[in-house]
Write a new protein. Sequence first.
Length: 430
Amino acid sequence: MEKIVSLAKRRGFVFPSSEIYGGFGSCYDFGPLGVEMKNNIKKAWWDEMLKKHEDIVGLDAAILMSPKVWQASGHLTAGFADELVECKKCHHRFRLDEIQNSQCLECGGELIKSRKFNLMMKTFVGSVENEATLTYLRAETCQGIYVNFKNVLQTMRLKIPFGIAQIGKAFRNEITPKDFIYRTREFEQMELQWFCAPKTADKFFDYWKKERINWYLNLGIKKADLRVKEVPKNELPHYAKRALDIEYKFPFGWKEIEGVHNRGDWDLSNHSRNSGEDLKYEGYFPYIIETSVGVDRSLFAFLCDAYIEVSGGRTKTTKATKEVETMLKFHKSLAPIKVAVLPLVKNKPAIIKKAEEVYQILKPHFNCQYDETDSIGRRYRRQDEIGTVFCLTIDFESLEKNDLTIRNRDTMKQERVKIKNIKECLEKLL
Ligand code: ATP
């Protein structure tokens, strides 16, 4: 875990928020490589939903909504509160489910009896701060989908079953944010809400469970690192008829990365009752099957799964042979950098010129890095460490033959390719 967090910081994936001021309450910023990876994850999810399926459309609802939405959804009542205990001595707060005995995990002090703590983040909209202008940052993206159910249904002339997909920020005033970007107070969700007839809900629940597991496997997550946990009836969230967690084997244990829920008619019937708007379809409230995954949390899982250490020297010709080599074996579609362009040596202007030409050809089409410092072995290792899929090297022979070598990150196989064919070649490989 420490190694992954350190690599994430050192190589520009994730920085602590407001770091020069000492950080800020478990918020994180995504650096140049982190933002690329995040975008790749979001694209993979969006394509999976909208390109693979004919009956799913997208939405981008506002973060700020009428507080009436949160009243209706149950978020302002007991439904969206964590059970909390506080230490009498150091006043540290813990979630009840974290406590093994009645002692404080920080100082061993006595814990005060539990109470409910609402996770919604408050804010005021307008120039006056009072009850009337109070609202909340959304704690989940799906409410924006439910309140737009009718708009989407009518404007897109859809028929049930169909889905609405959305990606966006959500905020929760988590009591114990921890484990790096696993649990944060600001995060991004990718949610599908699938509207269907009640009697088809079980069938679609099983369908979406399989679809979602396959998505991770197709993006390279190892089967052994993924499992499904059915949520027992007495632990179901307030809105759910059935729920399962897709769990990933993080360095700190098996933890949820995605939830699949049968929400029944909870959402549409509640919003109908509270808003006065009839949200029925052909006389009934559709059931909703929801799949909900955090972008940040899944990025963390992809990062952990890709991380490997190789000893014994993959790059045998370098001085660095004896060191342990770190690699991120990302799936090619998730890798933040696809191609690195590397002139073999720095002191030969003709080689540098050719390498720059190659870089300019590729840069508009692929995420590329150009690197000319240090030995070629060191540079390969730097690229392996951030999961770059291919390294292109321009050497002395390139000057005569107008070609380069393309090195595959995983097999380390090198092949010569003509420069005029390199763009097409990479398009095929990637
Ligand atoms: P947890 O039990 O871990 O708090 P949850 O069951 O409350 O999660 P859901 O409300 O089902 O989570 O949210 C769906 C997904 O959103 C989660 O599987 C996770 O990927 C992501 N998510 C939820 N809360 C956070 C958070 N605080 N930080 C990062 N991601 C989160």
